[in-house]
Design a binder for this molecule. Structure first.
Ligand code: 475
Length: 831
């Protein structure tokens, strides 16, 4: 029997049960939380009880550091970074918090002494899927780096009750089910009912003159909601800094509408409350906007106004005048989803604080900076004027005023160029009229950045060209990065240990130190250990694949992996063309000696994106045929991992031999998966797109498998009447592959199922798969040749890790701090 009567006493060495870091303190704290928070004792505790007891144990220690952080910030009153993002994909918290706090080992031992396996509790955690993909995950890597670099920062967003849908694969098809991630409660968050703000929508504005004869505007809304803060502490690595991710949950302005209640409409009053909550109910599962979705615009306005009002509350406590708001806060717009903030800050400054226009505009333009994450025209947000007018009438007035003053400037600069003013206008005048959010973001920001060198260059030449010509000084590049804590240390502990042994500690927060590995790249003994680490992760992934799909994969085969959102521009179907090519080669020549490969796919499609869903079907259809064909057994295997997530990614990245980064050049803004793979010793096969260009520069061209047209060649090919048909006719292997798909071979004889895909490839092929096919196949043949030479392969793998230092998000964040935010670290001492 466990002795509960002991658990409120301090841990060993007189440590407090809430803050102690020793094995004994953690053991006592765990039992205390199990007993007093979960109301259970060990013998009857479920996995959920134990997980929560440990989570609360960790959270107590986080809050201890958070209090010290707040005290420090209150004293120092530093400039604070506010990151505004509609999406966050932080991944599971337990493992990372233990690691960042440095209590993984004592915790493991403490639990062991109670007969509990730490890994099983870590594996139990369900992650918050509050994002779609790259953009949301980048925001999470930035939180990790901001805290690790000891930068005062708050990340604001929406606490969706339902995050990204769960993806099931049924009969080879994606089926979406709801992600009820809060069902069992979320131990990492702290609700702050006292931190809440009004959110107005609809209605009309009234312009009037006050007693002093001053012009004033009153917004008379149709409805008012409230946003309530829910905080998650974000700890840095090996420091005491705890920043907040502050997410807003929508509620009714009053719990019950007393007016309706008194009239006996209790039911109506409750309904209104339910309706208010829909604002933060569900994440839009599209990685490109659907134009004109009312609720989406509401969500954006909702979290932006709560966040800005929250900053103003904090600002008041500093005693600084509101005219100096931008000295206290620097606000980063994660794409245009929060761009309404430009109009909202103006509204708060004009209507609530009664600043004059010029002062308000000065503050606004010195507050915001804007990051663009995509060049795809269909992904640029715009809102129909009637919708905008009906939800945000005051904001539209302000936008018109911003635009009119801006266009006056433009006309002065370019008096003989009326088209330019039209192109630059916030309002798209082609009917039906729209508000262009990217234009609002550019005009209201002091800095604009892309997320990789190539992307930043293309931004200046294409979608934002007119703005670049107007304000070249605003444009910057900030190449993305990822956190090595989660994606190396936590997901690849074997690699972590080998690196610690070889380089000592320090590389985790100064990734350039990995350069020290170059000296070992040719050492046979080191190479052997390197291969062992990879082999171990490949076996671990094989176990997960078996659990998830019931498929057995062979760790000695080459793991060829493509995990990311499913999109035509990312060309998962080009990968398939290669797989089918290999299949045909073996069928034609059953004795063919090829490098055995396991192809692993993972990723979600937007629920309404028919072609992406068809690509998922084709992946699964090819998997079905290939995996059951005895002729290719032992040589080819294809796996589609359902419901790809941060958590699954942590199994996948360390186990990969080859990372597929094969987007049509010019389309992938940066990519960040490319970095996660490379950090874990996978070699990349890729196009000259996004950050691939810079990864290849750094790891060395000889350690990277490059193929395909570059961005210039892509635009020329498309501009000069591209004819995919010619490529089909000129290449027998390609023709065989396409014909096999068209024949219904992968659809039990049904020729119609994949016809839309085949037709699109032969008639349009807007993403140039057929143009890149031959080069891709040849390059994959080189991959196989290289894999046959383990010494060469291992050397390439080691050099990839040795030279990947630039792609730590610590470097990215340090650049934002230096070039955009102008902020300094504020170290925190533990109270
Ligand atoms: C790029 N998501 C990657 C990554 O910079 C890049 C769009 C609309 C609505 C909801 N989500 C989105 C994105 O645009 C997105 O994820 N973009 C990605 O941002 C980080 O590495 O190349 O595609």
């Amino acid at each position: 029997m466990t002795k509960h009567n002991n658990t409120t006493k301090p841990g060993g060495n007189g440590e407090s049960i809430r803050t102690g870091m020793s094995e004994e303190a953690i053991r006592l704290a765990f039992l205390d939380n199990l007993f007093y928070v979960q109301g259970r004792f060990l013998e009857v505790a479920s996995l959920d009880d134990k997980y929560k007891a440990l989570a609360y144990t960790v959270r107590d220690r986080l809050l201890h550091r958070w209090v010290s952080t707040i005290r420090t910030y209150q004293q120092a009153n530093p400039r604070t970074v506010c990151y505004l993002s509609a999406e966050y994909l932080p991944g599971p918290f337990m493992g990372l918090n233990l690691l960042n706090m440095g209590i993984e080992e004592p915790t493991r031992k403490a639990l062991q002494s109670l007969g509990i396996d730490l890994e099983s509790l870590i594996a139990y955690e369900q992650e918050p899927g509050l994002g779609n993909g790259g953009l949301g995950r980048l925001a999470a890597c930035f939180m990790d780096s901001l805290a690790t670099l000891q930068i005062p920062a708050t990340s604001y967003g929406i606490r969706y009750e339902f995050g990204i849908f769960q993806q099931d694969i049924r009969n080879g098809e994606q089926v979406e089910t709801t992600d009820n991630w809060l069902h069992y409660g979320n131990p990492w968050e702290v609700r702050r009912p006292q931190i809440s703000y009004d959110v107005k929508i609809g209605g009309h504005t009234e312009h009037y003159t006050n007693e002093q004869g001053l012009h004033r505007v009153r917004w008379v809304p149709h409805e008012t909601f409230r946003g309530v803060a829910i905080d998650t502490p974000i700890l840095g690595h090996d420091v005491n800094t705890v920043n907040l991710m502050r997410l807003w949950r929508a509620e009714a302005a009053e719990a019950l509408d007393f007016h309706a209640f008194n009239e006996g409409d209790y039911y109506g009053a409750v309904l209104r409350e339910v309706r208010s909550e829909t604002i933060s109910k569900v994440l839009y599962p599209n990685d490109a906007p659907e134009i004109g979705k009312r609720l989406r615009l509401l969500q954006q306005h909702f979290f932006v106004t709560c966040s800005l009002q929250d900053m103003m509350r904090v600002h008041r406590t500093t005693g600084m005048p509101i005219e100096r708001f931008h000295e206290k806060f620097t606000v980063q717009l994660n794409d245009t989803h929060p761009a309404i903030a430009v109009a909202e800050l103006m509204r708060l400054l004009l209507d609530n604080h009664h600043l004059d226009w010029d002062t308000a505009w000065h503050v606004t333009r010195h507050t915001f900076a804007y990051t663009n994450h995509t060049l795809l025209p269909e992904a640029l947000e715009k809102w129909p004027i009637p919708l905008f007018q009906s939800l945000l009438p005051r904001h539209l007035e302000i936008i018109y005023e911003i635009n009119s003053r801006f266009l006056d400037e433009v006309r002065q600069r370019y008096p003989f160029d009326p088209d330019r003013a039209q192109r630059l206008s916030i309002i798209d005048e082609t009917l039906p009229r729209h508000v262009r959010m990217a234009h609002l973001a550019c005009i209201g920001s002091f800095a604009i950045n892309g997320v990789a060198e190539l992307h930043s260059q293309l931004l200046k030449e294409t979608v934002l060209r007119d703005f670049y010509e107007l304000w070249p000084e605003k444009f910057q590049n900030k190449t993305n990065g990822v956190t090595p804590r989660r994606f190396m240390l936590l997901s690849n502990p074997g690699l972590g240990s080998l690196l610690n042994e070889t380089l000592g500690h320090g590389w985790e927060t100064d990734l350039e130190q990995l350069r020290g590995l170059e000296a070992h790249a040719d050492d046979p003994a080191f190479q052997e250990r390197w291969r062992q680490v990879k082999r171990q992760r490949k076996e671990a992934l094989a176990g997960e694949v078996h659990k998830l799909c019931g498929i057995d994969i062979t760790p000695t085969s080459l793991y060829d992996v493509q995990v990311k959102r499913i999109h035509e521009y990312k060309r998962q179907h080009l990968n398939l063309l290669h797989i089918i090519t290999l299949y045909n080669r073996i069928k034609r020549n059953p004795a063919l000696d090829i490098v055995p490969r396991t192809f692993i796919f993972g990723g979600k499609s937007a629920p309404g994106y028919a072609m992406a869903k068809l690509i998922i079907r084709l992946i699964n259809a090819v998997a079905e045929m290939v995996n059951r064909d005895r002729d290719v057994a032992g040589r080819l295997k294809v796996v589609f991992l359902p419901n790809f997530s941060v958590k699954l990614g942590q199994w996948v990245y360390p186990a990969a031999d080859i990372s597929q980064q094969i987007s049509t050049a010019g389309k992938e803004a940066s990519g960040t998966g490319n970095m996660k793979f490379s950090m874990n010793g996978a070699l990349t096969i890729g196009t000259l797109d996004g950050a691939n260009v810079e990864i290849r520069e750094d790891v060395g061209a000889e350690n990277f498998f490059l193929f395909g047209l570059d961005a210039d060649a892509v635009s020329h090919t498309l501009a000069n009447g591209y004819r995919p048909w010619d490529y089909y006719n000129a290449n027998q292997e390609l023709k065989d592959v396409i014909d096999l798909i068209a024949s219904g071979f992968f659809a039990h004889g049904d020729r119609s199922l994949f016809q839309p895909l085949v037709d699109h490839l032969l008639q349009h092929d807007s993403y140039l798969l057929l143009a890149d096919y031959a080069d891709y196949i040849a390059c994959q043949d080189q991959v196989s040749a290289a894999y046959r030479d383990p010494q060469r392969w291992t050397r390439m793998s080691i050099l990839n890790v040795a030279r990947i230092g630039k792609f730590s998000s610590d470097r990215t964040i340090a650049e934002y701090c230096r070039d955009i935010w102008k902020v300094q670290p504020v170290p925190v001492k533990l109270d």
